[in-house]
Write a protein that binds this ligand. Sequence first.
Ligand code: HEC
Ligand code: HEC
Length: 208
Amino acid sequence: MKSWCPWASLLLGAVLCGAVLVRGAIAQAPADAERGRAVFTEKHCARCHVPGGLPGVGPALEKLRTPQGAYELTGRLWNHAPAMFTVLKQEGIDWPAISAAEMADLMAYLQADPKGDPAPDLSKGRMTLISKGCLKCHSFRREGGRLGPDLAERRADYAPASTWAATMWGHTPRMAAAAIQQGMMFPRFTGDEMVNLLGFLRTGAGAP
Ligand code: HEC
Ligand code: HEC
């Protein structure tokens, strides 16, 4: 049960998980979809995602605001970062920083909920860690690259999903720069790959 703490706690109330959950709850006010709407505009999302959609610019707002898993949405956000990165750079706009609290609001606005994520498949998660190229730059239990931190370190940002999404959002421009130097393709996530990867990282790192 230890490793499914956030899922279990969301289903059963905050009783099961103790310190980690309580800390998360104090650090972040409950997610709010209305604040999320404002975040969506502030962070430039509304430039490309409008009701009904704009041809060639980005999927319609309605398509984004649809019930989905929270780690699944993290995968979707990860995927479209390079396209967004390029356009913002062309327009001379800085990559928008998104805090964990803002990300939680954004997730509420886009109807992403951890209850919508399937249970992670840990062995698939291990394969994902390798196939997405994370180990080209990171080590896991000291095996792999040396550019970024060891991913088996106990990290406070693997959960909740909004914190992880915010970390990955900040990671994108730095990772993109390193990837370009190495001639590496930016990996894409599909389906439950992000769910599985995080499930594996969290247990592999001995995180609660
Ligand atoms: C410069 C234009 C642009 C901006 C700004 C932008 N997006 Fe996107 N977005 C796109 C495009 C184009 C796609 C589809 C192509 C892709 O996935 O690579 C997309 C896809 C997505 C998807 C996946 C949709 C799906 O059905 O899989 C999500 C979720 C999303 N964007 C959210 C956001 C959020 C949140 C922001 C603000 C933080 C944002 N976008 C800012 C252009 C943009
Ligand atoms: C092309 C190199 C590269 C790849 C590939 C890469 N990263 Fe990173 N990552 C970095 C670098 C460099 C840093 C540390 C520098 C920084 O965050 O400023 C980093 C930092 C991180 C951090 C810490 C971020 C923080 O803010 O503390 C995490 C977590 C992380 N990466 C996870 C991943 C995962 C998961 C993957 C695979 C899906 C991955 N990285 C793929 C280069 C990479």
